[in-house]
Design a protein around this ligand. Sequence first.
Ligand SMILES: [Cu+2]
Length: 145
Amino acid sequence: MRQAIRPARTVRIVSLLFPVPQREGEHVTKHLHLRLATVVVAVLLLVPATAQAATKLTGKVGPGFTITLTKAGHTVTSLPAGTYKIAIHDNSNIHNFHLSGPGLNKLTDVAATGTTTWKLKLKTGTYHYQCDPHASSMKGSFRVS
Ligand SMILES: [Cu+2]
């Protein structure tokens, strides 16, 4: 009996939400349909979310002489190719954030400050970021594969 697998409490809740006639054969079939419907709804909810999600990165420059690119708080050293949303925090009017690599060359203005978000496709290769006025010391790079 398939019905035996379902915990008693779940059956009771489902029965409350969807009153089921008490004839034996019909009872089992309806529960099977409910179970299938639940799986279909779960798949529909999950698929679009995973397909659209761009990985979030954070770029930070200033207020001191520092520049960083992080993912969930860790310095980025390598990434899989794909779509990314990079929040750039330019916290100084003497620094900028300049990211370049295969098919990409984006930068913030040195004099300007504030946060801006770039949605980018990163391809296989090496990417480099720097502050242009202090490129010899304020820099970093990472690989995309
Ligand atoms: Cu700088």
